[in-house]
Design a protein around this ligand. Structure first.
Ligand code: SF4
Length: 323
């Protein structure tokens, strides 16, 4: 028994299939259990169907999240053998519910579940508190990578939130996964520079493509592939910004030094979902059958080769070993 026995919680459709609650086929199963706890998000992100207190909406990104009793979900998550390596508790931003959120997070930890929690950028104090309780990682939904996109799409103040986020990262380092969405209007150069600033501070990047459930368009796949390559090489300390050439804010070349670039990309690991360990988020950004922005599984040799072509970088001097 726990304090959340009477609570309800939403889980992603794919999580429900793995837990045996939904009878359906899925091509790629989630390797993390995605839970959604939203008591009326007061955020107003332009791209989110649940913004402005719309907690009855069943979708987050393009995923459907049916609701179950928390007690039932906890029993299934803790049954042996455990169905998932990690639990990710996604939350709506509602400071009035912080007390309940802390109890919920502690309940997951006490039940032996390796847990990530996603928070808003203004919840940096709460992030540290949850890490103290034993939460394994915190995902921070920065989403926009510059002042312009942050104020336009998150409707929040970059000058307040960005320094606080950097402070949080300086304290908690790689325990912090910053969620960034490519496709909100940031240039490739601005996006890469924000990625580099977060990684330089000690954090890590969880990269998303814009899913236009509220209108707009997904990003250009070629641009997204270049951002993925940059993120992977930078996060793994294989390049620095001086090795990257931008032309009109487009990433046109990366000088990779003596090691062939193709080896540095580890058979396509660069194109896989990035974030906490075992987080693969299948179909967050694309429908089943559509081309993956983030591959939720290993790539075949053909898929790797095609993704490299799509990046357009291999027609440049990217592959050329330098000087
Ligand atoms: S990277 Fe994945 S597991 Fe980690 S906080 Fe983000 S969605 Fe959750």
């Amino acid at each position: 028994m726990n304090q959340f026995s009477d609570e309800k919680i939403r889980i992603s459709y794919g999580t429900g299939i793995v837990l045996g609650l939904i009878k359906a086929r899925q091509d790629v199963a989630p390797t993390t259990a995605y839970l959604l706890w939203d008591k009326g998000c007061i955020g107003s992100c332009s791209f989110c169907p649940r913004a402005n207190g719309n907690q009855r909406e069943e979708r987050l990104s393009r995923i459907i999240w049916p609701e179950y009793s928390f007690k039932q979900i906890l029993e299934l998550l803790t049954s042996q053998p455990k169905p998932f390596e990690r639990v990710c508790l996604q939350t709506g931003f509602n400071p009035d519910k912080t007390g309940q959120l802390k109890v919920l997070a502690q309940t997951l930890v006490k039940n032996g579940l390796t847990t990530s929690v996603t928070l808003s950028p203004s919840q940096t104090d709460l992030a540290l508190e949850l890490l103290d309780y034993g939460i394994d990682h915190i995902g921070i939904g920065l989403d926009g990578a510059s002042e312009n996109t942050y104020s336009l799409h998150k409707r929040k103040n970059w000058h307040e939130d960005w320094p606080k986020l950097l402070q949080l990262i300086s304290k908690a380092k790689e325990k912090i996964e910053v969620h960034l969405i490519y496709g909100l209007g940031d240039s490739e150069e601005a996006f890469c520079k924000t990625i580099s600033a977060i990684i330089d501070a000690g954090g890590r990047i969880s990269l998303f493509a814009l899913t236009p459930v509220n209108g707009g368009n997904p990003p250009d796949l070629s641009e997204y592939r270049r951002i993925q390559i940059f993120r992977y090489l930078y996060e793994n300390s294989r390049i620095n910004l001086d090795q990257c050439n931008f032309d009109g804010e487009k990433l046109v070349a990366i000088k990779t030094g003596k090691q062939p670039a193709i080896e540095m990309l580890d058979s396509g690991a660069c194109f896989r979902t990035s974030g906490c360990g075992n987080c693969n988020r299948p179909y967050y950004n694309e429908k089943p059958g559509q081309k993956f922005f983030n591959f939720p599984r290993s790539l075949t040799a053909e898929e790797f080769s095609l993704a490299l072509d799509e990046s357009g970088l291999f027609n440049s001097d990217f592959i050329g070993q330098q000087d």
